[in-house]
Design a protein around this ligand. Sequence first.
Ligand code: C5P
Length: 310
Amino acid sequence: MTQPHESVGEWQVLFAPAKVNLFLEVRGRRADGYHDLVSIFHEIDFGDTVRLRLWRDGKTLLHCRQGGVPLGGENLVLRAVDALREATGSPLGVEIELEKRIPLGGGLGGGSSDAAATLRGVNSLWGLGKSLAELADIGATVGSDVPFFLYGGACRCEGRGERVTPLCLQGPAELWLILPPWSISTARVFQTLTAAETGERSSEAFLRAWASSDGVAIGREAFNRLEAAAFRVEPRQRDLHHALRASGAEAVCMSGSGSVVWALARGAERIEALREGVARLGDVRMLGVRLIDETAGKESSWRLQRYASD
Ligand code: C5P
């Protein structure tokens, strides 16, 4: 039986930010069933909290007060701990408290971000000394988006998403998240995508548009190849996009496989028009977020250094 004294030390508190995909091209389906992507990911200042505490006897305990969160083996947080234990043979355990804010099935990467925070935290709690690159390799076995959350900030992600190149993005600093009440399964969206819908669009034109901060150029270049497939999986998603475009936002683009959409709307008039458009949709929430990049303007090696201090 588990005794209270088996948990030791203070809680370690980690912020697990959500992401948006500012650009997402699907190059094609691979032999292993995954799809090759080119995507620009960006962390935002909205996310979950992960609390970790050392547990000496090798057990992993996960608690979450919010409903609908799986607490069994399908939770990426538990898969992250298992992957780390397998890679290192550590006999230690961990107690995890997950405070969820990021909606499930929204395309904001919540499960992957929780897993990445857990990898970072447990690496430190168990004194494993794994480097960022080693954690990213372990993270890639947990989920395609996990390596991105280990690097953080803004990145170009390729392969099935696990090949991460940190970027220094200048451009708009704030976006609106539009959160509908439905969720969409990533696996279903990828299954629904036809070969004819994949493409070769490069992220370069988008990155130039973003850096110019010009709303017309950003609206033209912001792109998500998964939108058409998501509209087939969830027909209300198409209506949502139409309504948002009609409300005069500078850019409207789905994040990941949906259902959350990000919109660029600057200036009081545009913001008010977007707010009114969203209000007419009923049960849809609108949330202003900042794009976060604590590494912006620093050398890329800084992202490696931040692990040394964890
Ligand atoms: O890697 P992850 O478990 O996050 O992916 C969830 C599902 O999304 C996969 O099982 C796969 O069906 C699909 N997927 C894909 N191509 C990618 C990433 C995900 O087909 N690059």
